[in-house]
Design a protein around this ligand. Structure first.
Ligand code: UDX
Ligand code: ADP
Length: 480
């Protein structure tokens, strides 16, 4: 039964978390008015675009939700004050990047956006408001929010009384499957002190999530559980990637090892695909947060343990760049290399912390001419990530007199364009369309001898080999 007072929701932050999460809440709870606000007017304009192709983020199934609910009970707006003031529940879903300077630089999260939100809520909220931390935040952030809000409570004694509850409700969605994850979550975690407020938030989820999947904890456990989940998942990727290196050195096959260990129900089979190294906005940031907390609380050994997960990930990415250079006769200077995939994983246009960034930078540093293709990432984003403008397409850099052996990159609109004239192709994102490449045709348009480096284990190995192409696969020791 829905508590009668909950009518209006305001979500501050229209990003990768706020947008999809609120779209699903609006869809599942038609009786609620869901208002997503952001300081970024362009982003809001994109969310309101009549052309669903222009939505600021790409997620399978998101466009359908937007089409169904937008301007009915789901609104995207820059009117932050108005929607905070009307809201019964305010979700804080703003970005929390790693601090670049000051205390904790390089590790701690920069909470200035969260603090700014808390201050806005304290200023504009009216009546009783439940404030929900949705962004992944370091443990004890709720305390900061609470302090700011408690101050507002005290100062509101003279005007109409304003009161707050603070809850932690971390989001576990994965990009690329955000809508599916939100509709069928493994669990919904709600941490807080006031059981009534917890129940109010639970009622929203109960519209589509079974009761036994809604977990109640104290607020700090909830905050720490989110960091821990991401740290464990990242650690699993670094573990299997470390094993891929041993496989390559010894003649084992990482896919077989993963299948063998994954059959142990205690280990489980998910999240054991060796790849080019984990990316995404959360894993590295959350581990760094954990490391910072450990150091802060005087636990250097624990900090070191988790830091290694990130170090291994970086090492693994550079390892791949190095072996590509080594395989291509020790030099890639002036060679055209096709890069297939730039997003940190398939089904998203997000490139944050993508392994492709490190690997492409390494190869450009070595003088390669990269031809980068990704079905969802555009030229501007790649320019931002690499910090280098795209060059004019140079068909044959080795005979091009103007070529000065400095690495460059350009954007390929199709996989054929990327493959044409290249010495090697590196598959870095597991996009479905790369599974279906016609390798016989590729062989004809690439420069011989040609190599395919499959860092995602998605190609049909027989088709590639039968086409006369050399194949390297991550963690495949049969290549030695
Ligand atoms: C992650 C968590 O999964 C999610 O619960 C949390 O809310 C946010 O962080 P996300 O970053 O969207 O989600 O992507 P995820 O699917 O976890 O993948 C992270 C990285 O690990 C990607 O680069 C992916 O390619 C890589 N990965 C994942 C592997 O290399 N192998 C695997 O088996 C799984
Ligand atoms: P996430 O992946 O956590 O969703 P994003 O960077 O995709 O992070 O989105 C966060 C959004 O929060 C951005 O669109 C940003 O403009 C918005 N934002 C940050 N601070 C504020 C604020 N004080 N008020 C409103 N919106 C904010």
């Amino acid at each position: 039964m829905v508590l009668p007072q909950i009518k209006n929701i305001c979500c501050i932050g229209a990003g990768y978390v706020g947008g999809p999460t609120m779209s699903v809440i609006a869809d599942k709870c038609p009786y609620l008015s869901v208002n997503v606000v952001d300081i970024n007017a362009q982003r809001i304009q994109d969310w309101n675009s009549s052309n669903l192709e222009d939505l600021p983020i790409y997620e399978p199934g998101l466009d359908k939700k937007i089409e169904k609910c937008r301007n009915i009970n789901l609104h995207f707006s820059v009117e932050i004050e108005k929607h905070i003031s009307n809201a019964d529940i305010v979700f804080i879903s703003v970005n929390t990047p790693t601090k670049t300077k000051g205390i904790g630089a390089g590790k701690a999260s920069d909470l200035k956006w969260v603090e700014a939100c808390a201050r806005q809520v304290s200023k504009f909220a009216s009546g009783h408001t439940i404030v929900v931390e949705k962004s992944t935040l370091p443990v004890k952030t709720a305390e900061v929010i609470k302090k700011i809000l408690e101050d507002a409570e005290l100062n509101s004694q003279n005007k109409s009384k304003t009161t707050f509850d603070v809850l932690s409700n971390p989001e576990f969605l994965s990009e690329g499957s955000a809508i599916e994850d939100l509709e069928h979550p493994d669990r919904v975690l709600i941490g807080g002190e006031n059981i009534e407020a917890i129940n109010v938030l639970s009622e929203i989820y109960l519209n589509w999530v079974p009761k036994e999947k809604i977990l109640h904890t104290n607020i700090w456990s909830s905050e720490l559980a989110k960091l821990t989940a991401n740290a464990f998942l990242a650690q699993r990727i670094s573990s299997i990637n470390s094993i891929s290196a041993i496989c390559e050195a010894t003649g084992a096959d990482v896919r077989e090892v993963a299948r063998a260990i994954g059959s142990d129900s205690r280990i489980g089979s998910k999240f054991l695909d060796s790849g080019p190294g984990f990316g995404g906005s959360c894993f590295k940031k959350d581990i760094l947060n954990l490391v910072y907390l450990c150091e802060y609380f005087g636990l250097p050994e624990v900090a070191k343990f988790w830091e290694e997960v990130i170090a291994l990930n970086k090492w693994h990415q550079h390892r791949i760049s190095k072996l590509i250079v080594k395989t291509l006769f020790g030099t890639v200077t002036g060679k055209k290399i096709s890069i297939l995939g730039f997003a940190f994983k398939a089904n998203t246009n997000d490139t944050r912390e993508s392994a492709a960034i490190t690997i492409c930078k390494d190869l450009i540093e070595e003088g390669a001419v990269l031809s980068i293709h990704d079905p969802k990432v555009d030229t501007c984003q790649i320019e931002k990530d690499l910090g280098i403008k795209s060059s004019v397409n140079s068909e044959d850099p080795l005979t091009d007199k103007t070529f000065d052996s400095k690495g460059v990159w350009n954007y390929a609109k199709t996989t054929d364009e990327s493959l044409s004239g290249s010495d090697a192709s590196i598959i870095l994102t597991e996009w479905k369309e790369y599974e279906n490449i016609d390798w016989l045709k590729a062989k004809k348009i690439m420069r011989s001898p040609s190599w395919i480096f499959d860092a995602r284990s998605i190609v049909n190995t027989n088709e590639v080999k039968n086409a006369g192409l050399n194949l390297w696969r991550i963690g495949d020791g049969s290549q030695i």
